[in-house]
Each structure stands twice: as structure tokens, then as C-alpha cells.
Write a protein that binds this ligand. Structure first.
Ligand SMILES: [Zn+2]
Length: 162
């Protein structure tokens, strides 16, 4: 049997607003604003979910977890990621690696990156060495630079048997 490899990309963005907690990669980060959305608006976890779903050609996060559904209100996105990991396993897929870049002007994310990697890898049941999270800024440019939102780009590689 041949091994088949599939790659997927994910992208997500959420506005930064007052009176919301800030969750990125399942880590609660102290800040005077949080990301707005139906779930906990975890921009990193959402992009990773879409990269994994994309790699397996299983659609997108909105199709699996429609916003507006009461059971997803303020839910931890790690719960959604766990479900997606289980769908991949059920389909005979194994995660090779994940790489993601979170783009935020503020707050500084460096000290939380390890916690994000631990949360994502533990939730998916894979080694932390298979999960990379990087932080970048927009160098003051555009709406990210003005602190209006945070976005994330992610890629995932998975493998299965032909
Ligand atoms: Zn999202």
C-alpha cells in the first residue's frame, strides 16, 4: 500500500472588541480586549481546523459547526478541534504536521506560544513537535496594525493509505 499525502490551508480573522476574553490556541491571554465571534473566537484553533478539514477535503469549519447554533455559543474551540481530529482518524488519516502564523499587533504572544502548541497537540493526540505556532505583527500597517483584528494562516499535512 502506498502512503498518500494531502496538504490543506486555513485562514481566519476575528475583530478585537471590549468585554470579551482573549483565547488563542486555547490559551486565555490577559488583555483589555478579546476576539468577537459565536464560539470563543479562537482564531488560531479555527485556522488549524480549516487546514485539517481542507487537507482531508472535508469542507470547512462553518459547515461542520454553523455559527448561530446554541450548542456552539462561547464553546471552547478546542472541543471543535477534538471533533475534527476524530473525523480525520475515522477517515484513516494521520496528522504529519501543522504550521500556523498568528498575526497580531497586540498583545505580544511570544510567552504563550508554547502553551498554544501544547493545547493543540494534546487535543489532537499528536506530539508537540508536529505542531508549530509562530507569532507575527503587521508592523503597524493596516487594520491589524491598528489593533482592530487578529488573523491566522495555517497549513496542515496529513497522510493516509491508498
Ligand atoms: Zn473563527
Amino acid at each position: 500500500m502506498e502512503t498518500k499525502l494531502r496538504i490543506g490551508t486555513g485562514y481566519d480573522a476575528h475583530p478585537l472588541v471590549k468585554k470579551r476574553k482573549l483565547f488563542i490556541g486555547g490559551v486565555e491571554i490577559p488583555f483589555d480586549k478579546g476576539l468577537d465571534g459565536w464560539s470563543d473566537a479562537d482564531v488560531l484553533t479555527h485556522a488549524v481546523i480549516d487546514a485539517l478539514l481542507g487537507a482531508a477535503a472535508l469542507g470547512d469549519i462553518g459547515g461542520h459547526f454553523p455559527p448561530g447554533e446554541p450548542r456552539y455559543k462561547d464553546i471552547s474551540s478546542l472541543t471543535l478541534l477534538k471533533e475534527v481530529g476524530e473525523k480525520l482518524t475515522a477517515g484513516g488519516w494521520r496528522i504529519v504536521n501543522i504550521d500556523a502564523t498568528v498575526i497580531a499587533e497586540e498583545p505580544r504572544l511570544a510567552e504563550y506560544i508554547e502553551g498554544m502548541r501544547q493545547n493543540l497537540s494534546r487535543t489532537l493526540g499528536i506530539k508537540v513537535g508536529r505542531v508549530s505556532v509562530k507569532a507575527s505583527t503587521a508592523n503597524g500597517l493596516g487594520c491589524i496594525g491598528k489593533g482592530r483584528w487578529i488573523e491566522t494562516h495555517a497549513v496542515a499535512l496529513i497522510e493516509g493509505k491508498e
